[in-house]
Design a protein around this ligand. Structure first.
Ligand SMILES: Cc1cc2nc3c(=O)[nH]c(=O)nc-3n(C[C@H](O)[C@H](O)[C@H](O)COP(=O)(O)OP(=O)(O)OC[C@H]3O[C@@H](n4cnc5c(N)ncnc54)[C@H](O)[C@@H]3O)c2cc1C
Length: 493
């Protein structure tokens, strides 16, 4: 049996919760709290207090059950999509899922699209298809341009949307660290469109090299990848395999011994977030494949043919891929005080953007600081998914008027692949690093299961098996850029 004080406390807390979550009920909640006896007043029957508490809780729960709240989710990446799928057909929420693209893109396999190993459609999944039987999820394909925090609405190029709750899951964008020349002349890889651009440019350069003079040919056959994180390592490994496995057969007139692949990294190790052993092994693998790995090499500028380093050295190349950094992609309208140096939205442990009541941020765009992770959690698909699961659960708890649960990050480790039978894995529990065929198999299996849709998994699996045994790149197709009738380049950047 609860004491009178405990019940008193319970009523007060319930009342505060109702006022926070259901402002329409606040008048009623006020009336209920007025009847709470203070300690100075005559003793009141504990059973009556219990009744008050139960009825207040009951009213709030009933009210929540019958009211529909509108959640607007910006971004159908790993975080936004998972949230919408978890709340799909929930009777208390209507959801508007907004994305610039009408498909979900699987970023971990961009490099395979860029290197002509996979078709773009194999790693993209149409959003309308995912929700075609949904009763509460509406899809809008548009670009969010502004958030009006005070008015609880957002602006898009196709009109405004008001919300009860807003979830920002807009991911990250390429960080050029303010260097405009590099932004204009190098190739990023943060979208399917950009991966296709890399594929097209690469193949076009081989075509151009067939008729180029010696000096120009050297530049056309030189590919520089800046950034020694997983993206740079995976891209340069796949390109090195392409150089030996397929290019000599497709372009027998070119001498691929003249082709140079550079991987530049500003710090002293590749895969800086991974263990020393994995970093060393990745470097070894790449060097064996013929990639020139340059560590402690900071890029200063690029004019389209010459890449200038901080130590004044120069690499001649017409093709530079920029994989050297990302920053949060924060829509316009959020107060600058709540945006971190990494351009991420600072959140509390319930994913709520600091100083807001009904705005949440998930995944790469969110920065949740903790004692163990003062600079936030790693920008990984698994983190984005785990965060959205926690927020989805909290949305269910809001309906039941229960306390929200703080997010707890579970480090599952990290991995990167370099090429056939070559991958590195760092497990977190138990702390263990390994590499080689088994690591590669784990990498493949995990990525296959993260992909959305059975058909996509099957096609990717068949593609991988085919390539493993034939060493053949079957998708070296050169598609021209998409141009609309009014000459607008269709770009999802
Ligand atoms: C090349 C590459 C390889 C990677 N490899 C791995 C890996 O192997 N393992 C791993 O765990 N992680 C990997 N990651 C990281 C992982 O992809 C991200 O951590 C994850 O995508 C973050 O999910 P998110 O939902 O926060 O953002 P995203 O998945 O980036 O989704 C953001 C969505 O928001 C949409 N959007 C953005 N702005 C707007 C706007 N203004 N209006 C409308 N829509 C908008 C975008 O179109 C996009 O669909 C990789 C990333 C890249 C780029």
């Amino acid at each position: 049996m609860k004491t009178k004080d405990e019940l008193n406390k319970e009523i007060l807390e319930t009342s505060v919760k109702i006022q926070e979550n259901y402002p329409e009920l606040s008048k009623f909640a006020d009336e209920m709290t007025i009847t709470i006896p203070s300690d100075e007043k005559p003793v009141i029957n504990a059973n009556i207090l219990k009744e008050y508490s139960d009825s207040l809780q009951g009213v709030a729960t009933e009210y929540a059950k019958h009211s529909k709240k509108h959640i607007v989710i910006i971004g159908a990446g790993f975080a936004g999509l998972k949230l919408a799928r978890t709340l799909n057909n929930h009777p208390n929420y209507t959801i508007t899922l907004i994305d610039k693209n009408n498909y979900h893109q699987f970023q971990p396999l961009f490099y395979q699209v860029a290197m002509a190993n996979l078709d773009a459609s194999n790693i993209s999944f149409p959003l309308r298809n995912i929700f075609h039987k949904s009763k509460n999820v509406n899809i809008r394909i548009t670009d969010v341009t502004n958030i009006n925090v005070e008015k609880n609405n957002i602006e898009t190029v196709n009109g405004n949307f008001s919300y009860d709750y807003l979830v920002i899951a807009t991911g990250a964008v390429t960080n050029y660290f303010g260097n405009e020349a590099i932004e204009q002349k190098t190739y990023p890889m943060k979208s399917t469109f950009e991966a296709l651009q890399i594929r097209n440019t690469l193949l076009q350069h081989f075509e151009d090299a067939l008729t180029a003079n010696t000096a120009k040919k050297k530049k056309l056959l030189s590919v520089v990848i800046v950034g020694g994180g997983p993206t740079g390592v995976e891209l340069s490994g796949a390109l090195a395999e392409m150089k030996t496995d397929t290019l000599p057969f497709e372009y027998p007139e070119l001498n691929f011994a003249e082709m140079n692949i550079f991987l530049l990294e500003g710090s002293s190790k590749l895969l800086s977030a991974m263990s020393e052993a994995s970093s060393q092994k990745a470097k070894e693998y790449l060097q064996k494949l013929g990639v020139t790995v340059l560590l402690n090499t900071v890029v200063k500028g690029y004019n389209g043919t010459q890449l200038l380093m901080q130590d004044a050295s120069v690499i001649e190349s017409t093709f530079v891929i920029w994989a050297a950094g990302v920053k949060g992609n924060v829509p316009h309208g959020v107060h600058p005080d709540f945006i971190s140096k990494s351009n991420q939205l600072k959140t509390d442990s319930y994913h709520r953007v600091i100083s807001t009541n009904n705005i949440f941020a998930l995944g790469d765009v969110a920065l949740m600081e903790s004692d163990l992770y003062p600079r936030g959690f790693p920008q990984l698909a698994s983190v984005a998914i785990d965060q959205s699961k926690n927020l989805a659960n909290n949305f269910l708890r809001i309906v039941e008027n229960k306390d929200l649960i703080p997010f707890k990050y579970v480090n599952k480790g990290s991995m990167a692949t370099v090429g056939r039978n070559k991958a590195v894995v760092d497990l977190a529990h138990p702390r263990l690093s390994f590499h080689g065929f088994f690591a590669w198999l784990i990498w493949m299996t995990l990525h296959l299961f993260l992909l959305i849709g059975f058909k996509n998994r099957l096609i990717v699996f068949i593609n991988w098996i085919y390539k493993y045994f034939t060493h053949s790149q079957s998708l070296a197709l050169l598609f021209p850029p998409l141009i609309s009738k009014n000459n607008r380049l269709i770009d999802d950047k």
